[in-house]
Design a protein around this ligand. Structure first.
Ligand code: XMP
Length: 545
C-alpha cells in the first residue's frame, strides 16, 4: 500500500523523484556497476556487497561529472548486456571515459559485453561467432598475478556470448583462454583495465567470487566497510541531521519494508514521526489487529489507525474489472491519506516530510524505465493536492530486500515481520476474481488463514516467496454427507522466487496439499472444491487478479 502511494503520486505528478538520504554521506568504499542492460547486473552488485563493499548500479551513459560525485568510488565494473558492439544503437562509453578512469586511478573490469566493449572502443578486434557459446566451459588460466590470484591452472567458468574478442589493443595482454575463446580474459596493468568473457557473478563460475574479490579488494583496494551495524547508526544520524525538528508522516502497511523504514525513522525523530495505517477492509484475517499490536509494542508515540473498510467496499461495489479495482483502491487510499495528513497538521503543526519504504531494486527499476527520471538525483518534493508539500525521506533506498531483513532483525523485529511474505497493495481484492463482497471476503479470509497456518507448520515456511488462497468466480458440484452441494472453488497459489520477476510453482508435499484442501472444505462454509495452481511465471503471474 505504501509503495502504491509513491507510484500513485508519481503518476499524477507534478514534481517528484526519489531522494536518498540527501544531506549526508556514509564513509565507505564504493564500486560502481555500469549497467549495459545485462540480466545479471543486480547480481554483480549483490556479490560485491556480499564481499562487504558497497556497490551502486548506474546507467552506462551516466556523465563523468555525476560519476565523480559518487562518494568513495574506488572502481568500476561494466555489466554484460544483450547487445553486440556492432549494433547501431548499442550502449557505449567513449574513449575519454578510459582516460578519465586512468586519471582518477579507477580500475575497470568488463564482464561479457563489457569485456568486448572495452576492446572495441580502444581499437582492438571483436568478432561475431558463427554459433553462440552458452554454458560451462574450462578456463585455462595463463597469469595469476592479480585478477586470477589463487586460482588453479584450469577453472570452470560460465559463458553466454555471441561475439568475442580476437585482437587486443596495445598495452593489453591475454591472461586466460578456453577451447573456443582464445582471449577469454585480459588485462592492461598500466591503465588498470581488466576483462572477462565469462560471468563471474553466477554460481556456475565456480571461483567467480574469488575473481571478483581479487578485483574489488586486491586491484581496487576497497576495504570491507559495508556493515549493517554501521549502516544503521549512520542512517539514523543522517536522518536526524536532515530532518532536525521537522515532522514526518508515513503510511505503513505492516510489511517488512515499511515497518523497518518506520522503526529507523522512529529511532531518528521519535515522537515527530506520525505513522498512518489504513485498514482498507481487504486485509487478511486478524491482520489489522496484528499490525496495530506490533507498532504499539515498538513504542511509537503517534500511530494513527484509520478504519476505512466501509469506504473502500462501497466504492468497489459492482466493480469486476481488475484494473478498475486497482484504480479505485489507489485513489481511495490517497484521498484517505490526504485527509488524515491534513487533520494531523491541524493538531500537531506543519508536517514537512513523507517517509517511504522504497528499496534499492524499486529505485533502480523505476529509473531504468525512464532515463530522464533516472537522472533526477537532486532534491524533489512530493506535493499532495491542495498545497501540501512534502519532502521524501527514504531510509532504505540503498538496500536489497535481504539487507532490509538483516536490518529488521538487528532492530529487534520478530520473524513474523522480517520473514513476512509480500502482500499486494490492493490486498485481497486481487485474490477475489470478480466483484468484491463481504461474503466473498469472509470465505477467502478463512481459507487463506488455513493455508498460512499449514504452511507455517511445514518445512516450506522460509522456502516460499508467497503462498495464499484465491477465490474463483465459479461454483461447482460436490457431495457432502449424502447431499449434493453447489459451492465455491478455492485455488491455492504457492511460489518460489528470488524477486517475483520470475517464479516457479512450489512442489509442495501431497500430504500438505491434502491437509490444506480437506481443512478448507470442512472448515470454510461455502467451499466444496480446492485446486492447486501449477503454472510458473512467466507465462502466468503470481497474483490471479
Ligand atoms: P505478479 O502478479 O505481477 O506479482 O506476478 C509479482 C509480485 O508483486 C506483488 N504485487 C503487488 N505488490 N502492489 C504491490 O505492492 C500491487 O499492486 C501488486 N500487484 C502484485 C505480488 O504479490 C507478487 O509478489
Amino acid at each position: 500500500m505504501f509503495k502504491k502511494l509513491h507510484a500513485h503520486l508519481t503518476n499524477k505528478k507534478r514534481r517528484i523523484a526519489s531522494l536518498m538520504n540527501e544531506g549526508f554521506t556514509l564513509d565507505r568504499d564504493t564500486i560502481v556497476v555500469l549497467d549495459f542492460g545485462g540480466q545479471y547486473t543486480h547480481l554483480i552488485s549483490r556479490r560485491v556487497r556480499e564481499l562487504g563493499v558497497y556497490s551502486e548500479i548506474l546507467s552506462y551513459d551516466t556523465p563523468l561529472a555525476e560519476l565523480e560525485k559518487v562518494p568513495g568510488v574506488r572502481g568500476i565494473i561494466f555489466s554484460g548486456g544483450p547487445s553486440s558492439v556492432y549494433d547501431e544503437d548499442s550502449p557505449r562509453v567513449s574513449r575519454e571515459f578510459f582516460s578519465w578512469c586512468r586519471e582518477k586511478r579507477l580500475p575497470v573490469l568488463g564482464i561479457c559485453y563489457g569485456h568486448q566493449l572495452i576492446i572495441h572502443v580502444l581499437g582492438g578486434g571483436v568478432k561475431r561467432l558463427d554459433r553462440r557459446e552458452y554454458g560451462k566451459t574450462v578456463l585455462y588460466v595463463e597469469n595469476k598475478e592479480d585478477l586470477f590470484k589463487g586460482l588453479g591452472d584450469r577453472e570452470i567458468v560460465w559463458m553466454s556470448h555471441g561475439d568475442q574478442v580476437v585482437e587486443l589493443p596495445e598495452g593489453f595482454e591475454k591472461i586466460g583462454h578456453t577451447d573456443n575463446c582464445p582471449i577469454a580474459a585480459y588485462r592492461n596493468t598500466e591503465s588498470g583495465i581488466y576483462g572477462v568473457q565469462f560471468h563471474i557473478e553466477v554460481r556456475h563460475t565456480e571461483r567467480g567470487v574469488e575473481i571478483l574479490e581479487n578485483f574489488v579488494r586486491g586491484i581496487c583496494g576497497c576495504s570491507p566497510t559495508w556493515r549493517m551495524e554501521d549502516w544503521i547508526k549512520e542512517t539514523v544520524r543522517g536522518i536526524r541531521e536532515r530532518v532536525g525538528d521537522g515532522r514526518v508522516i508515513m503510511a505503513v502497511s505492516g510489511g517488512v519494508d515499511s515497518t523497518v523504514a518506520a522503526v529507523l525513522l522512529h529511532r531518528a525523530v521519535g515522537k515527530n514521526l506520525h505513522c498512518v495505517f489504513v485498514d482498507n477492509g481487504l486485509l487478511r484475517k486478524n491482520e489489522a489487529e496484528e499490525v496495530i499490536r506490533r507498532f504499539k509494542q515498538h513504542g511509537f508515540e503517534h500511530f494513527h489507525f484509520v478504519d476505512a473498510g466501509e469506504t473502500f467496499l462501497s466504492r468497489l461495489k459492482g466493480v469486476t474489472d481488475p484494473e478498475e479495482k486497482r484504480r479505485i483502491i489507489a485513489d481511495t487510499f490517497i484521498r484517505i491519506f490526504e485527509t488524515k495528513a491534513r487533520e494531523l497538521e491541524k493538531t500537531y503543526g506543519k508536517i514537512e516530510y513523507l517517509g517511504q519504504g522504497t528499496i534499492y531494486p524499486d529505485r533502480v527499476e523505476s529509473a531504468a524505465t525512464s532515463k530522464a527520471s533516472a537522472k533526477i538525483k537532486s532534491h524533489h518534493n512530493v506535493t499532495l493536492p491542495e498545497g501540501m508539500t512534502l519532502k521524501l525521506v527514504e531510509p532504505l533506498a540503498s538496500l536489497y530486500k535481504d539487507e532490509v531483513r538483516k536490518v529488521g532483525k538487528m532492530l529487534g523485529l520478530g520473524d513474523d515481520v522480517v520473514w513476512r511474505q509480500p502482500f499486494p497493495g490492493p490486498s485481497l481484492a486481487v485474490r477475489i476474481i470478480g466483484e468484491v463482497t463481504r461474503e466473498k471476503l469472509r470465505i477467502l479470509r478463512e481459507a487463506d488463514a488455513i493455508v498460512q497456518e499449514e504452511i507455517q507448520k511445514s518445512d516450506f515456511r522460509k522456502r516460499l516467496w508467497q503462498s495464499f488462497a484465491v477465490l474463483l468466480p465459479v461454483k461447482t458440484v460436490g457431495v457432502m454427507g449424502d447431499a449434493r452441494t453447489y459451492e465455491n472453488v478455492i485455488a491455492i497459489r504457492a511460489v518460489e522466487s528470488e524477486d517475483a520477476m520470475t517464479a516457479n510453482f512450489a512442489k509442495l508435499d501431497w500430504d500438505l496439499l491434502e491437509r490444506i484442501a480437506s481443512r478448507i472444505v470442512n472448515e470454510v462454509e461455502g467451499v466444496n472444491r480446492v485446486v492447486y495452481d501449477i503454472t510458473n511465471k512467466p507465462p502466468s503471474t503470481v497474483e490471479w487478479e
